[in-house]
Write a protein that binds this ligand. Structure first.
Ligand code: DGY
Length: 320
């Protein structure tokens, strides 16, 4: 029997590509070039499956134009906001994601963002690299201590829970807001707030860990920023869409929040340039899941989903 054909949109780890090539007729992308819409559709001709990343967008127009041969989109990502799942359902295309395997890596980046923003790591590194570091004094580069502070987590899902655990290592008190209260086992002592507005005044640190949904878009807006306590620090390693950029930038200029650590942005990689001019931002290029271990695990998880689908089973991580 011939192997199913899988269009792989980006360069994947060696071990993942090896398994792909062993089990599938894999159309790899050794140059890691970004396929724009027309090229993506053209390359999908005759493919049974696509294994994309969040860098490719599958909206209703793409589903209309995708060859009928494509039966499954097995994402190499936990987020699937780049896929119009309603359009996928209509087109009869199965969609899967890669949950769980990137929670530890992403939570590490959340901690890095908190520490980086609080301890002014971006400013400090720039001083050293540009040879602008001239002196030391007790007043030099004074930041905010993370240890013992109160952290509010928006979205106590897979990543949010790991963030809570890691933050406890810094003796932080954990609050959370979520669409529904978690069980005691999942909550692990974190204090639940039904209304985000009630939690914000207590958040010395605020971490956004919610998915990109109509209900979370622009969640961090001017009204909510105003509710944060003086000296608050905001971090986001989830999706840029959670933030109203005008509001956050205005807030950072005015000193509330006092700093922000951001790994994700609206319109990546063409982010709002004003973030780069602010000294109180610590900025990373969407690397939450970028560890060798996690990249392998994401690839294998996507392949497990493909294997199940082509074996006539329900893929474990089906989202549409
Ligand atoms: C994810 O998996 O959603 C990460 O943001 C990388 O795409």
């Amino acid at each position: 029997m011939s192997k199913p054909t899988v269009l792989v949109t980006r360069k994947l780890p060696e071990a993942v590509e090896a398994r792909l090539s062993r089990d599938y007729d894999a159309r790899l992308n050794p140059d890691d070039a970004l396929y724009e819409r027309d090229e993506l559709i053209a390359r999908a001709e005759g493919a049974d499956a696509i294994l994309p990343c969040h860098t490719e967008h599958f909206d209703a127009d793409v589903f209309d134009r995708l060859p009928d041969s494509v039966k499954i989109i097995a994402n190499f990502s936990v987020g699937y906001d780049h896929v119009d799942t309603e359009a996928a359902r209509k087109a009869g295309v199965v969609v899967t994601n890669t949950p769980d395997v990137l929670s530890d890596a992403t939570a590490e980046i959340v901690m890095l963002l908190m520490l980086g923003a609080a301890r002014r790591a971006g400013e400090g590194e720039k001083l050293v690299r540009t040879a602008a570091w001239k002196d030391w004094s007790p007043a030099f580069m004074v930041g905010t201590q993370v240890t013992g502070k109160t952290l509010g987590i928006v979205g106590l899902g897979r990543v949010g829970k790991v963030v809570a655990k890691r933050a406890r290592g810094f003796d932080m008190k954990i609050l959370y807001h979520n669409p529904s209260r978690k069980t005691d086992e999942d909550e692990l002592g974190a204090v639940f707030y039904d209304r985000l507005e009630d939690m914000l005044p207590h958040c010395q640190f605020l971490s956004l860990n919610a998915p990109n949904l109509p209900s979370t878009r622009g969640l961090l807006n001017a009204e909510r920023i105003a509710l944060l306590p003086d000296g608050a620090i905001v971090v986001n390693a989830a999706r840029g869409t959670l933030v109203d950029d005008d509001a956050l930038i205005a807030g950072l200029k005015a000193g509330k929040p006092v700093a922000a650590g951001l790994d994700v942005f609206n319109n990546e990689p063409g982010i709002d340039p004003r973030y780069k001019d602010l000294p109180n931002t610590f900025l990373l290029p969407h690397i939450g899941s970028a560890t060798a271990e996690t990249r392998d695990a994401m690839g294998f998880r996507a392949l497990d989903n493909l294997d199940a689908f082509f074996a006539g089973q329900e893929p474990g991580d089906r989202v549409a």
